[in-house]
Design a protein around this ligand. Structure first.
Ligand SMILES: [Zn+2]
Length: 443
C-alpha cells in the first residue's frame, strides 16, 4: 500500500481540500497533494471526509463491561465505584486482555488510532504479584496490537484507599506498596513502534505528595507523558484542602508534576488559582464529558482552561460510550447548558482536541495531523449517509462535529495500514469479541 486518495481531507487545519492524494513510506506520510486527478495504480480510495486519527486520551478499557449495567442504578460517583471494584476483582490477565482487545476493537471502528490506557489493575487478588509483575500491563499492550491501534500505557501509581487510609479490598490489586516499587516495576516495561509507556498519579487521594514527586521525576527522566485524575469530585478537593491546605492541582504542582508533559484528567472542580497553574505549565486538560455526565461529576470549565493557556483533549474514560465526536461536541454543548450562551469553542478547535492535542499528550507529537512526516493515521467519515447527507463539502467540519457519530466512520488507517474498511474491522469480529469477552466475566 503506497497511497490513499481522499474525496475530501482536512489538512492544515483550514477548510478541507478535495481529491487529496496521501503518499506514504512505511508508517509516515511523504506527500499530501490536493487536487490530484490521477493517482498511482495501487492507490486506495477513501470516500467522504478524511480527518486525522482520533486520540482517546483517557480510557479504562475494562470499564466497558459496566455499560448498561451501572447507569440506571442511582447513587453517586462513590457508589458507582463499588460496582467498578466488583468488576475489577473478577478479572485476571486472560480476561483483562480479552476484554481490552474487544474494547480497543470498538475504538478502532470509532476512528480511534491511539488510546491512552490509564492502567491501575496491576496485581492479583489481595495484592499478590504475578510471576511477571507487569502481566496485566502487557495484556493491555497485546490487546491494542491485536486491535490494530497504538497505545500509550499510562501506568498508574495507586497506593492508598484515600488520604491517610490504607488500600483495602480490591484496591490492594492496584497498589505497589510504595512509589519506588511502582517505579521499579514500570521501568521493566518496554516501548515499541506502536507502544509508549507513560506514568500516572491516580489522584491525590490515592498517592501522597512525596510519592507523586517520585512518579513525576520518573516521567521527567524519560520525557514521558504524566497523567493524573484531578478534581473530578468536590469531595477530592475538600479532602486535599483539609490534609494539605492545597487543591489537588497545587499539590501536584508542588510535587513537580505540572509541565507541558502533564495532563489533568477531568479538571472539573478547579479553584481560581488552579487555572493559572495549569495554564502557565502548558499542561493539557482531558475532559471526558460522556463519563462526567454519567457519573454526575459536573461540567468542566473548558473555555476558561483554554483561555488560561491549557490545551484541551478528550477521552472516553469509562467507555459507557465510545464516540469521539460525541465527546468533542459535548465539551461545547455542556458549556452552553452551564452558561446559557452558545459558541464557546470553534468546531475545528474541538476536532484538534480529539486528534492533534490528544496525540501530543499521549507522547505522539508526530500524529494527529495529515502532513508530510506525520504518522499516516486517516479516518474517513461518511458524509453521504443518513446522518450527514447534504453536508456542505466546502465546510463539513461543523456538520460532522455536531451531527456525526462513531457509526459514520467507514475506513480507518493506522500507521499506513487499513485497520477498518467499509465499517468493518479487517482482523476482528468486534461484536463477537465483545459478546464473548463480556459473557466470560462475572458482572
Ligand atoms: Zn479515569
Amino acid at each position: 500500500m503506497t497511497a490513499y486518495l481522499c474525496e475530501l481531507a482536512w489538512v492544515g487545519g483550514g477548510r478541507p481540500e478535495a481529491d487529496v492524494l496521501v503518499e506514504l513510506d512505511g508508517e509516515r506520510i511523504t506527500k499530501v497533494a490536493p487536487g490530484t486527478a490521477t493517482s498511482p495504480p495501487d492507490t486506495t480510495r477513501l470516500s467522504g471526509l478524511v480527518i486525522p486519527g482520533f486520540a482517546n486520551s483517557h480510557s479504562h478499557a475494562f470499564q466497558r463491561a459496566l455499560r448498561g449495567r451501572a447507569e440506571s442504578s442511582g447513587g453517586t460517583f462513590w457508589t458507582w465505584r463499588e460496582g467498578m471494584y466488583a468488576l475489577a476483582d473478577g478479572l485476571d490477565p486472560p480476561s483483562y486482555e480479552q476484554l481490552a482487545r474487544a474494547t480497543f476493537g470498538e475504538m478502532a471502528l470509532a476512528g480511534i488510532t491511539t488510546v491512552g490506557e490509564f492502567h491501575y489493575l496491576h496485581h492479583d487478588r489481595g495484592g499478590a504479584r504475578y510471576a511477571d509483575p507487569n502481566e496485566m500491563g502487557k495484556a493491555v499492550i497485546v490487546a491494542a496490537r491485536e486491535a490494530g491501534i497504538r497505545v500509550t500505557l499510562l501506568d498508574a501509581c495507586y497506593l492508598r484507599g484515600a488520604i491517610g487510609v490504607e488500600a483495602e479490598g480490591t484496591q490492594r490489586r492496584f497498589s505497589d506498596g510504595d512509589a519506588e516499587a511502582w517505579a521499579e516495576r514500570v521501568s521493566a516495561l518496554e516501548q515499541g513502534p506502536e507502544v509508549r509507556v507513560g506514568a500516572a498519579v491516580h489522584s491525590v487521594r490515592a498517592v501522597d505528595p512525596a510519592s507523586a514527586a517520585t512518579v513525576a521525576s520518573w516521567a521527567a527522566q524519560r520525557d514521558a507523558p504524566l497523567h493524573a485524575h484531578v478534581s473530578e469530585q468536590q469531595a477530592e478537593n475538600d479532602a486535599s484542602l483539609e490534609a494539605y491546605g492545597s487543591t489537588p492541582a497545587a499539590v501536584l504542582a508542588e510535587a513537580g508534576a505540572l509541565d507541558a508533559r502533564f495532563t489533568a484528567v477531568h479538571a472539573t472542580h478547579l479553584a481560581g488559582s488552579d487555572f493559572g497553574l495549569l495554564g502557565r505549565a502548558g499542561a493539557t486538560c482531558c475532559l471526558c464529558p460522556t463519563t462526567e455526565r454519567d457519573l454526575a461529576d459536573g461540567i468542566g470549565p473548558a473555555r476558561r482552561l483554554a483561555d488560561s493557556g491549557a490545551r484541551l483533549a478528550v477521552g472516553t474514560d469509562s467507555n459507557a460510550v465510545i464516540d469521539m465526536l460525541e465527546e468533542a461536541r459535548a465539551v461545547e454543548l455542556n458549556e452552553r447548558l452551564a452558561t446559557g450562551v452558545r459558541g464557546h469553542h470553534p468546531p475545528a478547535e474541538l476536532l484538534r482536541a480529539a486528534t492533534l492535542t490528544g496525540h501530543a499528550c499521549l507522547g505522539w507529537p508526530n500524529a494527529g495531523r495529515i502532513e508530510n512526516g506525520a504518522l499516516c493515521d486517516l479516518v474517513a467519515v461518511d458524509i453521504h449517509g443518513v446522518r450527514l447527507a447534504g453536508t456542505n463539502p466546502d465546510d463539513p467540519i461543523p456538520s460532522i462535529l455536531f451531527g456525526g457519530a462513531a457509526a459514520d466512520v467507514r475506513d480507518v488507517v493506522v500507521g499506513g495500514s487499513l485497520v477498518v474498511h467499509d465499517g468493518h474491522h479487517v482482523a476482528l469480529d468486534v461484536s463477537r469479541e465483545l459478546r464473548v469477552a463480556l459473557n466470560a466475566i462475572d458482572r
